[in-house]
Design a protein around this ligand. Structure first.
Ligand code: ATP
Ligand code: MG
Length: 323
């Protein structure tokens, strides 16, 4: 099994990124024959148009992944733009991709609806993502639910290329976790770096507490009972609190007579305990930027070697001339 996934350096990584995607990266690096994980800085250009900030988010992203348990001895960690072969493959795939396939993509439409500026890069994002996946012959792609549609697009693109030019690409499959496929943000929408509704994994305890206090709740009277599942506070609590406490709080919801303020306090405390260790580990890594850069350089070399072979295969299949 060959695993691949990417994450955009568009801001500090949040609980949704961790529980939806990164936790899978860590688990799969132990069982995959090969695992490739990258910081998607080319994708991030559709959102971050600030040179220093993009640089910083890119390195921070690598540090975050290492602190969260990504092991460079088991997985290849690299930065997307270090593998130019993927951009070349992207063009090859762009030709032959029907406009309608991209027009139907919900994530693009959601960003438009939120008033985010859309450029051609955002529109063609799923094609670059397809190139990312196909360039490494990946067969398993661990992601959050919001990315499943893009993986379907990738399968469509790969399928029609294979049909037209002969078997060239490996067909990938998306992999989501049932319990954390779509982690809600503090406003109840999907938690997203670009929506300003996140709980960041590496925020200090004080800022995290402040964000948790901002979580939007309904105006249910104190004494009224409520079904816990689907409540944003409870759904977040389930991710970071010990099972025993989760059960207690679920019972409290069903009984009624509790205030959301108390649940928020419990959530802030559970979160502080949950993240304490990785936050410490991150501080250690942040003090060793040269080590992190070495990891990325070694990763880029391995990733490039793999992608170059696949690009050559695809170019030959499409009849591109090589002197
Ligand atoms: P942006 O707002 O810039 O698109 P994002 O927060 O959506 O950022 P991405 O870098 O686009 O994060 O996605 C990285 C990975 O995290 C993807 O696999 C995506 O599916 C997953 N992911 C993002 N948000 C959530 C969420 N709220 N719940 C579960 N998984 C998520
Ligand atoms: Mg996203």
């Amino acid at each position: 099994m060959r695993v691949l996934s990417g994450i955009q350096p568009t801001g500090p990584f949040h609980w949704g990124n961790y529980f939806g995607a990164i936790s899978q990266y860590i688990e799969l690096q132990d069982v995959a024959d090969e695992a490739y994980y990258f910081i998607a800085n080319l994708h991030a250009l559709t959102t971050v148009r600030d040179k220093e900030l993009l640089q910083q988010y890119t390195l921070d992203g690598a540090i975050d992944l290492l602190a969260l348990g990504l092991n460079p001895d088991k997985a290849v960690l690299f930065v997307q733009s270090d593998v130019p072969e993927v951009s070349e493959l992207c063009w090859l795939l762009m030709t032959g991709t029907p406009m309608g396939l991209l027009e139907r993509c919900v994530s693009y439409k959601d960003k438009l609806a939120k008033g985010l500026k859309a450029d051609a890069g955002l529109f063609t994002y799923p094609v670059l993502q397809a190139a990312d996946i196909l360039a490494y012959d990946a067969d398993v792609v661990p992601v959050g639910e919001d990315q499943l549609q893009h993986i379907e697009v990738c399968r469509d693109i790969a399928g029609s290329f294979n049909h037209h030019f002969g078997e060239t690409f490996t067909m990938p499959k998306g992999k989501v976790l049932d319990q954390s496929a779509r982690v809600p943000g503090i406003d109840g929408e999907k938690m997203s770096k670009s929506y300003g509704n996140t709980l960041a994994v590496f925020d200090d305890a004080k800022r995290q507490r402040k964000q948790i206090m901002r979580i939007q709740t309904d105006s249910r009277p104190m004494d009224e009972a409520k079904e816990p599942d689907g409540d944003v506070l409870y759904d977040l609590l389930k991710l970071v609190a010990p099972q025993e406490q989760v059960d207690e709080i679920a019972a409290l919801y069903r009984r009624g007579g509790f205030g959301y303020g108390d649940i928020k306090k419990a959530l802030a405390e559970a979160a502080e305990n949950y993240w304490a260790e990785v936050r410490e580990k991150r501080a250690g890594l942040a003090a060793k930027p040269d080590y992190v850069k070495d990891v990325l350089a070694a990763g880029a070399k391995k990733a490039r070697a793999k992608a170059a072979g696949v690009l050559e295969r695809a170019q030959a299949a499409a009849g591109l001339y090589r002197s």
